[in-house]
Structure formats: structure tokens, C-alpha cells
Design a binder for this molecule. Structure first.
Ligand SMILES: Cc1cc2nc3c(=O)[nH]c(=O)nc-3n(C[C@H](O)[C@H](O)[C@H](O)COP(=O)(O)OP(=O)(O)OC[C@H]3O[C@@H](n4cnc5c(N)ncnc54)[C@H](O)[C@@H]3O)c2cc1C
Length: 206
């Protein structure tokens, strides 16, 4: 589904802001709402399909990688097997990546944000049956809704043409946001403000 707008509501369901999404105009592609399983399936099909340029990908499951040698183009699996002869090794093993360290030779640890995220999918029908929720939200409408209360956020939207409704709950986890991350966010905000001022001719390039 194409995401049409981003809504911001307070905890009582009052809508305070509705931002129409203009990704297509700005970036040439729409912001899509996918069930993660479906996106995974589409990517898998595209990679393993015999149509298209080049050899189809072969997927090996149950192969935990322990280490990699970027120069030799080889990886060592947990079961002791060494796979070698690769021109390129792409490490996509997530935020707690083991392999990243072998590429950058530096230890990169995830930075705590001060929030834990809980995720759930519910049949849209069940949400529709809830009169309280229906007052401020249609679970089949192609929009993303964020409800804000104190430090917590609920970010919600439909997928599978409105068949399922996805909810992410961002809850303060009692730990402090890493100060380093705070500075990074501040400097990004400042950079965006400056870029916007430059675009509007309010600031000269420095
Ligand atoms: C609650 C939550 C909600 C989110 N919601 C959204 C959203 O709505 N939209 C969005 O765009 N993004 C969302 N994200 C972010 C998105 O999930 C991540 O950015 C994305 O999954 C990162 O993809 P990845 O392939 O880098 O890593 P991952 O998805 O973490 O995949 C890493 C894979 O590597 C495997 N692996 C790990 N170690 C090894 C190893 N040693 N050997 C072999 N395999 C290994 C893991 O089993 C896993 O399958 C959300 C994240 C969370 C936590």
C-alpha cells in the first residue's frame, strides 16, 4: 500500500497534525507500507528467480558466520566449514553485527536510544470492532498514525491492503539515551535547519 500521510495524535486520539507524504514527487518513489513477511518474500523471489541478469542467488540457511577475511574473500561458519573464493562479501547481519568488525577493524557497538520497541500485527477486523479506537483511527486507511504520550510513542499503520494492522510501541526503557546520540541528533537537526535556510536563501554557504 502507498502511505498517503503521517498523522500525529495525542493520547486521547485528537489529531494535531496531518502531513501529506510527497515522497514520489521528491524522491521519485512512494513510501510503501509492507507486511515485513511479504517484503521478505518479494526480495527472496527476485534474488532466486531465473529471470533477469546474471545467475540466480542460492540461499543457504542455518549457516552462522563466525568470521570473515576481507582480503582472501572467505568466511568461516560456526560448524567449521570455510567458504572461500568470493569476489565480494556483504555483511548484513544486523545491528549487533559480528562481521562489521572484520571489515572496519573497529568495534562498533549499538548506541542505546533510551527506548525499547515492541511490535505486533493484528487483524484489521479486530481493530475495527473496537469502538474506542474507531473514534480516531480507521485501520484500513493508508496512513501512518503516531500517538504521543509522555516519552512513549505508538506508531501504527495498515499492510496487505488493509487486511492487517501493524503497531510499534516505543517505550522508555528506563535507561538514558547515550549522550553521544543526543549530540548527533542535535547536530543533524542543526544541519537540516541550515540546509533549509540555504535553500530559502536565508543563509550563505560557509
Ligand atoms: C520494533 C522495530 C520496528 C521497526 N519498524 C520499521 C518500519 O516500520 N520500517 C522500516 O523501514 N524499518 C523498521 N525497523 C528497522 C528495520 O527492522 C531494520 O532497519 C532492518 O531490519 C535492518 O535490516 P538488516 O538486514 O540490516 O538487519 P536484520 O533485519 O537485523 O537482519 C540481520 C540478519 O542476520 C542474521 N545474522 C545475525 N548474525 C549472523 C551471523 N553471525 N551469521 C549469519 N547470520 C546472522 C540474523 O539472524 C538476521 O536474519 C524496525 C525495527 C524494529 C526493531
Amino acid at each position: 500500500m502507498i502511505d498517503k500521510a503521517f498523522r500525529i495524535c495525542s493520547a486521547d486520539g485528537t489529531e494535531h497534525k496531518r502531513i501529506d507524504l510527497t515522497a514520489k514527487k521528491q524522491y521519485g518513489g512512494d513510501r510503501m507500507m509492507y507486511h515485513r513477511q511479504d517484503l521478505h518474500e518479494v526480495l527472496k523471489e527476485a534474488a532466486t528467480s531465473s529471470e533477469g541478469v546474471g545467475e540466480p542467488a542460492r540461499i543457504k540457511v542455518g549457516c552462522r558466520v563466525l568470521s570473515c577475511d576481507c582480503e582472501a574473500g572467505s568466511v568461516v561458519l560456526e560448524n567449521g566449514v570455510v567458504m572461500e573464493g568470493f569476489d565480494l562479501v556483504v555483511a548484513a547481519d544486523g545491528i549487533k553485527s559480528k562481521i562489521r568488525g572484520f571489515v572496519s577493524e573497529e568495534e562498533e557497538k549499538p548506541i542505546p536510544t533510551g527506548h525499547a520497541a515492541y511490535r505486533m500485527m493484528i487483524e484489521a477486523k479486530k481493530v475495527e470492532d473496537d469502538v474506542e479506537i474507531r473514534r480516531f483511527l480507521d485501520p484500513r486507511e493508508a496512513v501512518t498514525t503516531m500517538v504521543m504520550g509522555h516519552k512513549n510513542r505508538l506508531i501504527m499503520g495498515p499492510a496487505r491492503n488493509g487486511e492487517v494492522f501493524s503497531i510499534v510501541a516505543m517505550v522508555a526503557d528506563g535507561k538514558k539515551m547515550t549522550p553521544q546520540l543526543g549530540y548527533r541528533l542535535m547536530s543533524t537537526k542543526r544541519k537540516r535547519k541550515r540546509a533549509s535556510q540555504r535553500q530559502r536563501g536565508l543563509r550563505k554557504e560557509t
